[in-house]
Write a protein that binds this ligand. Structure first.
Ligand SMILES: [Zn+2]
Length: 349
């Protein structure tokens, strides 16, 4: 965090563990009080014991931050500020509000309720970044129309990489402040729309290889739906826990994924890898369903605070589904390559 201007930081030296039994939960100790850019997070009297306060600027302030960053402890759900309260079945292990990006990023390496959410999509991001680079570097001899096909695959990888990076970034800085959390949650939801849009591009490109008109129509529909979804995600109230079901619904692609009905559809099932796309849809829907219903933590509150909570399962299923999609699309690409890009009546999907 930038040490802009003169700011007063207060450091609470107490921890919740020092709180006397029967006492009202006080504001967790550890977070900073800042006058200046940040709102007051801890009032001096809110600490369970005496606080030390620092008046600092410039280098001195950095010193304070360093002391503070190593000191925060995970806190229970009850004492979280409202804007950090999302899933009341996760009883303990939450990060306190930490208005420092540095502290947020350092928390990637600590164990708390968001650790699994961060790592599932951070590793997914690395996976798709590598896959994308490998695909782009693939010799042109493996493509019928190298430039076009690489752009088409590039759209998919761009969607996947943006979606996964927005997601792990959101989970990392979620505890920074209300404003930062709101901004990044909008990016997170927009990322899902980008992934869905990007996924459609190569799938439509190869599935409707010989029918440019329906391909264009479907692609336009997907773009309109995707852009509308991104616009809806900018709506502030959308990110509140009340809209969990709506958000989960949006995350399972329900747009027309079925190619032209009749003969084409049967062919698509065999040659067009519909089986893989079906598996992908099942994964998305399962993930979104678990996320909306908050299963398994709903049945065992407090038992999945750190690992195997619904959001992590959902994250893993998103990465797996995107991978299955890539596999299916690669098979389609090989199929077109096998036909040498030709359009006989037989290959018309
Ligand atoms: Zn997430």
């Amino acid at each position: 965090m930038a040490a802009a201007g003169r700011r007063e930081w207060r450091l609470c030296s107490a921890t919740l563990a020092e709180q006397r039994p029967g006492e009202q939960p006080r504001y967790p100790c550890g977070p900073l009080t800042g006058t200046g850019k940040h709102q007051l997070l801890v009032s001096p009297g809110a600490c369970a014991c005496g606080h030390r306060s620092f008046v600092s600027g410039g280098i001195a302030q950095l010193g304070v931050l360093q002391v503070w960053e190593g000191r925060w402890r995970v806190i229970p759900y009850d004492v979280l500020p409202d804007w950090l309260k999302d899933n009341d079945y996760l009883l303990h292990g939450h990060r306190p509000p930490m208005p420092s990006f540095r502290a947020c990023f350092k928390s990637i390496f600590r164990i708390h309720t968001e650790t699994g959410n961060i790592w599932t999509h951070l590793l997914g991001f690395v996976l798709f970044l590598c896959l994308g680079i490998l695909t782009m570097l693939r010799p042109n001899m493996y493509f019928m129309a190298p430039l076009q096909e690489k752009v088409v695959f590039g759209m998919f990888f761009l969607g996947a990489v943006l979606c996964l990076s927005f997601s792990w970034l959101f989970h990392t800085v979620y505890c920074h402040s209300e404003k930062v959390s709101r901004t990044f949650s909008k990016l997170d939801y927009s990322g899902i729309a980008l992934l869905i849009m990007g996924s459609f591009v190569p799938w439509l490109y190869y599935s409707f290889y010989c029918s440019p008109q329906p391909r264009l129509i479907y692609l336009s529909i997907v773009c309109v739906l995707g852009i509308s979804a991104i616009i809806v995600a900018q709506w502030d109230r959308f990110a509140t826990p009340k809209h969990r079901q709506t958000r989960a619904g949006r995350r399972s692609p329900s747009s027309p994924r079925v190619p032209s009905p009749g003969r084409g559809f049967v062919k698509a099932t065999t040659v067009g890898q519909m089986g893989w796309f079906f598996l992908m849809a099942v994964m998305y829907i399962t993930g979104a369903g678990l996320y909306a219903a908050r299963i398994p933590e709903r049945f065992f509150p407090g038992k999945f605070d750190i690992w195997f909570q619904s959001h992590q399962i959902f994250h893993v299923l998103v990465v797996a589904a995107a991978f299955v999609h890539f596999y299916g699309v690669s098979n389609l690409q090989e199929f077109r390559y096998g036909l040498e890009g030709g359009c006989t009546d037989d290959s018309l999907l």
